[in-house]
Unconditional design. Structure first.
Length: 262
């Protein structure tokens, strides 16, 4: 199990007077073997934090440590370490190439392990990964369009797992799914974490979902961390006014909606 630590990470887009600070000196630690929820409204910077962790965005300053190795540096050791952090994106349909079978997409993830696989080994591993996420291995040759949204999301999880990560980042992966399907995906994540000893950063604006899967929670607003603590403490007795606003915005069955705020 690995620890992922963000130290004073700042991300800016643009330059000069037009520069926009998307993430401002964020400190965050995802402890080994835990799920850390990262919450905030749209534009809070939480997805940018995820993209920096997997190398899709460069930080202006600060660093990200995976078991003490700075994975934001250009050192060859950093590149190897960064492979151990994989990300599952929000939209599974855009994340999967429609021209490729799902088996071929998953097989691409095997390249990140740095090991050579024979054709037979790739086939066997793809079937194992599909079975791991509860997709019929016999459907490895099917295209993404032949699967439901929830199935496609499970397939993208399988592709991320093909790289044998120690840290898995899930960025709003249930936001586009029906409630019943969300439950299937969330239960799968909990199962995989226990089975594979994964460390997870779970990003969402849905506090109910975060409460279900997370051990700790960090709340972001306008690129900054405003609150952090155990899930129970933060979501039961929040100290920051913004966190209390987020909690009040969660719909409750039987409570009429305030249409002025809708």
């Amino acid at each position: 199990m690995s620890e992922l630590r963000f130290e004073a990470v700042t991300v800016r887009f643009g330059s000069g007077r037009t520069a926009n600070t998307a993430v401002d000196a964020v400190d965050l630690t995802v402890r080994p073997g835990t799920t850390h929820g990262l919450v905030g409204e749209s534009g809070s910077g939480k997805s940018t934090v995820a993209r920096v962790a997997v190398g899709l965005t460069r930080p202006a300053s600060g660093r990200i440590l995976l078991d003490g190795v700075d994975i934001t540096s250009k050192d060859p050791a950093a590149k190897l370490a960064r492979r151990r952090v994989q990300m599952v994106f929000q939209d599974p349909l855009s994340a999967l190439d429609p021209r490729m079978s799902v088996g071929s997409s998953i097989a691409e993830g095997l390249l990140a392990t740095g090991r050579r696989h024979t054709a037979a080994q790739r086939t066997d591993r793809v079937r194992e990964l599909l079975d791991l996420v509860h997709i019929d291995p016999q459907r490895a040759d099917d295209g993404p369009a032949s699967f439901s949204g929830g199935q496609r999301q499970r397939i993208t999880i399988a592709r991320a797992l093909a790289a044998e990560p120690e840290v898995l980042i899930a960025d709003e992966i249930t936001s586009a799914l029906d409630v019943s399907v969300q439950g299937v995906v969330l239960n799968l994540l909990r199962e995989l974490q226990q089975r594979l000893d994964l460390t997870m950063l779970f990003i969402s604006h849905n506090l109910a979902v975060v409460r279900y899967v997370s051990d700790e929670v960090t709340v972001m607003r306008s690129g900054r961390v405003v609150e952090h603590g155990s899930t129970e403490a933060v979501l039961t007795d929040p100290s920051d006014p913004y966190t209390r606003e987020l909690l009040r915005a969660v719909p409750v069955m039987g409570r009429p909606l305030d249409l002025e705020d809708a």
